[in-house]
Design a protein around this ligand. Structure first.
Ligand SMILES: Cc1cc2nc3c(=O)[nH]c(=O)nc-3n(C[C@H](O)[C@H](O)[C@H](O)COP(=O)(O)OP(=O)(O)OC[C@H]3O[C@@H](n4cnc5c(N)ncnc54)[C@H](O)[C@@H]3O)c2cc1C
Length: 669
């Protein structure tokens, strides 16, 4: 059945290793799943049961959200933000009984799956009835669940919701995968998905390069470390108490209690899971007194008796958060790549439906209508080409250059021709429209974009990538914000994906910045060289930002960089060209274009760099922070062009004494 059209497309693409010429990669099963949390394993099992060979790669067997979760299956109690997500969650809930039964019978393990409903107590009687909720007044609630705070005035009862012990479930999935013969490779870190001509060609991993036919990304909150996806870690702290437990008496809490910012999940083995904080604090790997205190305070308010229960364990985890709380499912930038990430608060619940939808899509190319709602494309708005060319408030300056020599003097970087020798950036503008006007006024062909800031929607960067017409402007993704070579390499890979996503399939440019120093923002020469070597190996056209060091510039040229970008003076300082002597040596010695980057504050300084023989200048702050940014952009454009013309025209030599402008012969005496 799996020998279907979809898979056959890739048969020609996968190159078998030849015995005579050893290949620099290992060939895996037909499908590689990156990530072995609940999502990766659930998909692997579903595919394998349909006869497809699967390899699962995971960097860590235990440390993931699936292990940290509370295991609630709560599409009703969760009060989900959209109808589509509610529908997806409910479909998954209904798949649960059969899915669990199959897994348990295959392995003989128990998952403590318990569809016994969820109670959501409230302190004030609400006006509206939530979907699927049944109201229990104080008396009814006391009979259903004794021991809740006297201040609780009633509860919503969601009979369809439930829970599963997610740790046992993960273990069961591991056992099932083993039984089915799924290859699981632990302790493997995937550092990049190498793409060529719209397909993933291979994975770069800590165990060498690995190839397959189809790749599925299931790396949870880590997804945006490999691709520029709208997934971020949302930390949750949790703890477990031990309930009084005896085989002769029922547990004091029988079902999940879902409060406001708190939940109590009683396991049948006597553990009481209390969770969870929701914190936007990045990758902070620890519990905090504040987090745990908050949880305990709220839990006690709901169910006072727990204050004397012994604490068993505390932990934290990172939910794969997305802007609309829904997962990213289905196809993405490469035709042999599928996404199954970003399940945020409901990944345990959503495992069976995710496995089903992804398997259906892969095997029969059956795209469930719901998949469209969860496409990664929903976070990438279509570029609006006309925006960049909005009329500038200034009167356009008509430039008619009779000098054909200048017109035929393109800047060539990595074999690509550009008409303008002024590159600009996107940072520090008061608003996107001003940025667009400046890009238009500067007539630049290359605009550099800070990958990290765009990805994290840093202030001023929201919607930025989509506001530029990338069919006309060449994107130069930069690694601003990276302090180490390793970080820069990672961000460069994201930049390449970002350019692809925005339509520049063949863009392999990266402006490499490795800047550990926050005060002067000076680049680290060693880190830059290390990162450049790696990126060149990976096929990038590397444009490294460096201090004006002629020896470093030479080394970078030797390792294969396509330009060098020495700074005139510290970034954003507007001090002009403070190291002209060194820049002159770099220009004299380089066979690749030298782009003077950073420090230029005025058009005369841009012209000076060009007169010295620089191939181009990169100017951001001096334009973005000028009183009239579009006017300054035009001034910089004219200055860059003037400086280049002057360089080509050849300036007169400097002499010690005066030389009259008019001839001294033939004068009337
Ligand atoms: C505190 C907390 C409470 C939660 N409670 C619930 C709940 O009650 N109910 C519910 O439904 N959901 C809950 N969730 C959400 C749920 O846990 C997640 O949505 C779900 O576990 C995501 O599963 P996953 O497989 O996508 O990611 P993960 O479980 O994080 O797995 C990611 C996998 O990718 C691997 N990986 C990552 N990067 C790489 C790489 N570069 N190379 C190789 N391998 C890599 C990891 O090693 C791991 O195997 C909770 C989450 C948290 C943090």
């Amino acid at each position: 059945m799996y020998k279907n059209i979809y898979l056959r497309i890739y048969e020609s693409f996968t190159l078998p290793p030849t015995p005579t010429r050893p290949t620099p990669y290992s060939l895996m099963n037909e499908v590689i799943i990156i990530g072995g949390g609940i999502i990766g394993l659930a998909i692997a099992i579903e595919l394998k049961q349909q006869g497809i060979g699967v390899t699962v790669l995971r960097q860590n067997r235990l440390s993931n959200a699936s292990n940290a979760a509370a295991g609630m299956l709560a599409p009703h109690a969760e009060n989900l933000p959209s109808a589509a997500l509610f529908s997806l969650c409910r479909r998954s809930l209904y798949l649960y009984p059969e899915w669990i039964a199959k897994l348990e019978s295959l392995t003989g393990s128990k998952t403590l799956y318990c569809p016994s409903g969820i109670l959501a107590p409230v302190f004030q009687v609400p006006r509206e009835t939530p979907l699927g909720g049944i109201w229990l007044d104080q008396q009814e609630l006391k009979e259903t669940q004794p021991g809740l705070s006297e201040e609780v005035c009633g509860a919503w009862w969601y009979p369809e919701d439930g829970q599963v012990d997610n740790r046992l479930l993960l273990e069961t999935l591991n056992q099932a995968a083993k039984k089915l013969g799924i290859e699981i490779k632990d302790d493997i870190h995937v550092s990049a998905l190498q793409q060529r001509e719209g397909k993933v060609e291979q994975l770069i991993t800590s165990a060498g390069n690995l190839r397959s036919t189809v790749y599925i990304l299931a790396t949870g909150a880590y997804a945006s470390q490999l691709l520029p996806l709208a997934v971020r870690p949302v930390k949750g702290q949790m703890l477990a108490l031990k309930m009084p437990f005896s085989t002769n008496y029922p547990l004091p809490l029988q079902r999940v209690i879902f409060g406001d910012g708190i939940y109590l999940v009683p396991r049948q083995d006597g553990r009481l899971i209390i969770g969870a904080t929701v914190e936007e604090v990045g990758w902070t790997h620890y519990n905090t007194p504040c987090g745990i205190q908050t949880l305990l305070g709220k839990a006690e308010q709901l169910y006072p008796a727990l204050k004397d229960y012994p604490i068993q364990e505390m932990w934290w985890g990172f939910r794969p958060g997305t802007p609309d709380e829904g997962p990213l499912l289905g196809t993405y930038s490469a035709e042999n790549l599928l996404l199954a990430v970003g399940h945020y608060r409901n990944g345990i619940l959503l495992a069976p439906i995710t496995a089903k939808l992804i398997t259906d899509l892969l095997i029969s190319k059956k795209s469930d209508p719901l998949l469209q709602e969860f496409s990664a494309a929903r976070f990438t708005t279509t570029p609006k080409p006309p925006l960049l060319y909005f009329a500038s408030p200034m009167t356009p300056i008509s430039l008619s250059l009779p000098d054909t020599k200048v017109k035929n003097d393109p800047l060539i970087i990595a074999g690509r021709k550009f008409n303008s020798r002024l590159m600009t950036g996107t940072g520090k503008y008061s608003d996107l429209q001003t940025m667009q006007q400046c890009i238009a006024a500067s007539e630049c062909d290359i605009v550099t974009v800070a990958v990290r800031r765009v990805q994290t929607n840093a202030p001023g960067h929201s919607g930025l990538a989509e506001s530029i017409d990338w069919s006309k402007i060449w994107m130069l993704p930069n690694t601003a914000g990276c302090k180490t070579a390793e970080e820069a390499v990672r961000v460069a890979r994201l930049g390449r994906e970002m350019a692809k996503m925005l339509g520049q399939e063949d863009n392999n440019f990266v402006k490499l910045e490795v800047i550990p120093d926050a005060k002067y923002l000076l680049p680290d020469p060693i880190g830059t060289l290390e990162a450049a070597e790696q990126l060149v190996k990976e096929g990038f056209a590397v444009l490294p930002y460096i201090n004006a060091d002629p020896l470093l510039a030479k080394r970078l040229e030797e390792v294969g960089c396509v330009t060098v970008m020495p700074l005139g003076s510290p970034i954003g300082s507007g001090q002009g060209i403070k190291n002209a002597a060194n820049i002159a040596i770099i220009i004299e010695e380089s066979q690749i274009p030298v782009v003077v980057d950073a420090g230029i504050g005025s058009p005369s300084e841009a012209a000076l760099a060009m007169e010295m023989g620089a191939a181009a200048v990169l100017i951001n702050s001096a334009i973005a922070l000028a009183k009239d940014p579009p006017l300054m952009a035009k001034a910089m454009e004219l200055a860059t062009r003037a400086g280049r013309n002057a360089y080509l025209a050849g300036r007169i030599p400097i002499k010690t004494y005066a030389l009259a402008s008019s001839p001294l012969t033939g004068l009337v005496s």
